[in-house]
Design a protein around this ligand. Structure first.
Ligand code: DPP
Ligand code: ZN
Length: 873
């Protein structure tokens, strides 16, 4: 299994000027005819080498109308070589494929009776022989023929040119996409789908018809996606000056999908999870996720489709940038501070963990075995942090000047991350060569900060020291350019004015922006009346692990006074983390548990002030997860973390019992459900109150909350609490009720599976195993598989890492099975086992033994093989 290297990149030897695809969709085999006009670019190349999956059945091949003799063809692995081709010619292949049997969900496959496609990254080679690489862009004409009764809707990219009826109850549609695109953006859908229609007028006055296709029953649930789409289209015009470029934009919802959604040109295909939203089946968070993903895929039309990646090492060129764009869009729709807190939570929980494990890689990786394994939080979310840092360093105006140049310069091209940085530099006369190291260097930087106050000279000094631990393939690291947004807070809680006398920094509206560029850096401030409290890394201005000189007392002060909401949240989280870590060491030393009364007091003050911003109060009073505490120690003390976590939760529950009760009552639903910011904030805080209210062991409020809920947010908040209950009857009753109520809604049933897999009850794994046999369960549906097995392995630290090792063996067995038909999803599921080095020797040995057991299988997919070899070595 070869490794592919960035350094080996070669430009394509041929150009495809035009491609005509003809799909003859049948219940057995589907025939695909592909006619390409090719032009040789590299004069020294005699042969044409096309990509094509081993499963393609080649029925015929002609070159300029003449059959190609067998001795000119050479098929090996995933390629087809055609020897001695002319400089300019037309090649036509006819292949047969079997979408009905395609459980990989890559290429052309079936989902719920319809045909659909997923081609990114390399799925197109499962459809036909092609130059399946992003830097080969072509103009597509697509003809689809199918049974009219079974597949009344026939869609592909671009504009609909012609439709018509044929003999035997069949019909056809002809589509033409006027924009050049790489094969990974090709899409086709055929099915019996209903359509929600709307339209949008672009700022230059063009009318765009918007269509969301789904099963008839789901159509009303597409309205939120439609409204989100229109908002996103307007936002991209207003903020980036980017307008939609065709007169049609289609979205199709499918229930079997490996990813979240796919930005195919004018024919986005979505996992139902990210398009359907309805109060009965979706939480408030789900509504936000739908809006965010709709925006993300739409934004790709410019950052991804019009300007695409030269090669897959550059994936972050489109993904990091587009994640940044969708994050900013969502911030503008709701609360910027809360969006930032949520994004940082994801980054730390998943990306920092990735950086700390065997799969650590730079935002622009240098090698891979299977590109599917590199659709990661590093490429996406850390990639977005890189864009965010450039935005901060250059300022919003400078950043947008850079974007304008990027678009002007590269429209219609396949480019690199370096091209993006160069556009930013050229637009601003800036030198980002040092900054650009962030793209090639893996690992999370650690930043240790010390302070010093000289009472005589009134000089306040900050000393920064940065280092990055080695990551696979990168043993030494260079210092990065780290932008640190910070403020100095005075005794009265206000921002202190100061004069900088040493260090590289800019003064901004939000505070000082320090540019730490060396392994060590010193900053000195003067003109201060008293020693300030530093508020460091405001808004999480760089993706680093900061160890701060701020002590507990100062953190309590920051919780109350920092003008930066992110930093207030951060200070409170830090206090909770410290309390839990102290608890963990108390447990191991058999000492008394820590005194948390000051923390309770700070939380009491937050609760008193809750009405000012209930949504923020909900965030700040939510405890960090057990898994996040686990990241703070090696080896991860699984059981002690759980015990200390429960201890703090109980202390907050008991210490503030009357406040929780009052708050819960005060926030009671007044009138029916509404999806407004005000209602969402109220539900969020009330759910937090309910959690603490029930934590003493009284399930009644949760039961009542469940029974009176008129929406999924409330129902799920209660179900989550009841899922841990040791009252068997109660739990069975509620889960049965939920199931019967929502059995016809797959997305709700996914939650039903997930809640059981996340239960802290000791019998959790037994329950998960028995759910594998449930009628509604299927390993072949990725959403269902992730809901049950993924939630258990990645979301239930206590039960997955049970010292019996049962959880590990269970996961190994499932991954082995799933890998036989869906390697992409199997490779995701196995990741929790790759962190074995972070656990104690006993657990680690059991985890590696499962990995080794899997690795013994000779038929492993490339996807799982790569994760296993990197994890075991
Ligand atoms: N569909 C995935 C995304 O939008 C891959 N492009 O991020
Ligand atoms: Zn994307």
């Amino acid at each position: 299994r070869p490794t592919i290297y960035l350094k080996d990149y070669q430009p394509p030897a041929f150009r495809i000027e035009r491609v005509d695809l003809d799909f003859d969709l049948q219940e057995e085999g589907t025939r695909v005819t592909c006619r390409m006009v090719l032009q040789k670019l590299a004069a020294d190349q005699d042969d044409l080498v096309l990509d094509g999956d081993a499963g393609l059945k080649l029925l015929s091949i002609t070159l300029d109308g003449q059959p190609v003799a067998a001795d000119r063809l050479h098929r090996q692995d995933e390629t087809l070589r055609i020897k001695a081709v002319p400089d300019h010619f037309t090649l036509e292949t006819v292949v047969e494929i079997e979408p009905q049997k395609n459980d990989r969900l890559e290429g052309l496959y079936r989902s719920g009776g319809q045909f659909c496609t997923q081609c990114e990254a390399e799925g197109f080679r499962n459809i036909t022989f092609f130059l399946d690489r992003p830097d080969v862009m072509s103009i597509y004409h697509v003809r689809i023929t199918a049974d009219k009764a079974l597949y009344p809707v026939l869609l592909s990219n671009g504009n609909l040119v012609e439709t018509g009826d044929l003999a035997n109850g069949r019909h056809f549609a002809l589509w033409h996409d006027p924009f050049q695109k790489p094969s990974y953006l090709f899409a086709l859908v055929a099915g019996d789908l209903d359509c929600l229609k709307d339209h949008f007028t672009t700022r230059s006055g063009r009318d765009v018809s918007l269509n969301i296709y789904a099963r008839a029953h789901d159509l009303p649930k597409c309205r939120h996606a439609m409204e989100s789409l229109k908002r996103a289209m307007r936002w991209d015009e207003e903020v980036y000056g980017l307008e939609y470029d065709l007169s049609i934009f289609n979205i199709v919802a499918v229930s079997d999908f490996n990813m979240g959604a796919m930005e195919n040109k004018s024919l986005n295909i979505f996992n139902t999870k990210y398009v359907l939203a309805d109060p009965e089946i979706s939480t408030d968070d789900d509504f936000d996720h739908v809006e965010g993903v709709i925006a993300h895929e739409y934004f790709h039309n410019w950052t991804g489709n019009r300007i695409t990646c030269r090669d897959w090492f550059q994936l972050s060129l489109k993904e990091g940038l587009t994640v940044f764009r969708d994050q900013e869009y969502s911030s503008d729709q709701g609360s910027r501070a809360i969006k930032r807190i949520q994004d940082v939570r994801i980054l730390r929980a998943h990306q920092f963990a990735e950086d700390d494990g065997p799969m650590a890689h730079p935002v622009r990786p240098e090698s891979y075995m299977e590109i599917n394994n590199f659709y990661t939080v590093t490429v996406y979310n850390k990639g977005a942090e890189l864009i965010r840092m450039m935005h901060r360093i250059l300022g919003a105006d400078g950043f947008h000047r850079g974007m304008d140049i990027y678009v002007q310069r590269h429209d219609g091209q396949a480019v690199t991350c370096d091209d993006f940085v160069a556009a930013m530099e050229d637009a601003n006369g800036a030198d980002l060569s040092h900054f650009a190291l962030w793209y090639s260097q893996a690992g999370t930087p650690h930043l240790d900060v010390r302070e010093d106050w000289d009472d005589k000279t009134k000089i306040y000094s900050l000393y920064f020291k940065q280092y990055i631990n080695p990551t696979p393939g990168q043993s030494t690291k260079a210092a990065l350019h780290i932008p640190i947004l910070m403020g100095l807070i005075g005794p009265n809680g206000g921002e202190m004015a100061a004069r900088l006398i040493e260090g590289d920094a800019d003064q901004t509206e939000k505070g000082w922006l320090l540019h730490v560029k060396e392994a060590e850096a010193v900053y000195r401030f003067t003109d201060l009346a008293a020693k300030p409290v530093p508020s460091l890394l405001r808004q999480f201005s760089a993706p680093v692990q900061l160890s701060s000189p701020v002590d507990d007392g100062q953190k309590h002060f920051l919780v109350r006074h920092d003008q930066d909401e992110f930093s207030r949240w951060e200070a409170c989280q830090d206090l909770m983390i410290d309390a839990i870590l102290k608890g963990v060491s108390a447990i191991s030393l058999q000492k008394p548990m820590p005194d948390v009364s000051e923390l309770i007091e700070s939380c009491a003050a937050l609760l008193k002030d809750a009405d000012r911003d209930p949504a923020f109060t909900a965030e700040i009073l939510t405890m960090p997860s057990e898994a996040y505490i686990g990241q703070k120690m090696t080896p991860v003390a699984v059981d002690a973390i759980h015990e200390a976590h429960q201890y703090l939760k109980k202390a907050l529950a008991d210490g503030l019992a009357s406040q929780w009760r009052d708050l819960y009552a005060r926030l009671a639903n007044k009138g029916p459900y509404e999806l407004t910011a005000e209602h969402k904030a109220r539900r969020a805080l009330r759910s937090v109150a309910l959690l603490y209210l029930c934590f003493g062991g009284d399930s009644d409020p949760a039961l009542k909350h469940y029974q009176t809920a008129d929406n999924m947010t409330d129902r799920l908040a209660a179900l989550r609490i009841l899922s841990h209950s040791d009252d068997d009857d109660l739990r069975e009753r509620i889960f049965a009720d939920f199931y019967n109520r929502l059995a016809h809604e797959p997305l709700a049933i996914d939650k039903w599976f997930a809640m059981q897999a996340l239960s802290l009850r000791p019998d959790c794994l037994d329950r998960v195993k028995s759910l594998l046999r449930h009628d509604a369960f299927s390993l072949r549906n990725p959403n269902r598989l992730r809901a049950l097995v993924g939630s258990f392995a990645a979301g239930n630290q206590l039960r997955f890492h049970d010292i019996s090792g049962e959880g590990y063996r269970f996961l190994g067995k499932i991954v082995g099975e799933v890998d036989r038909f869906n390697p992409q999803t199997a490779a995701r599921l196995i990741l929790p086992l790759s962190t074995h080095k972070r656990f104690d020797p006993e657990r680690s040995a059991m985890m590696t033994s499962v990995l080794r057991g899997l690795a013994a299988n000779k038929d492993l997919s490339r996807d799982v093989y790569e994760i296993l070899t990197k994890s075991i070595s």
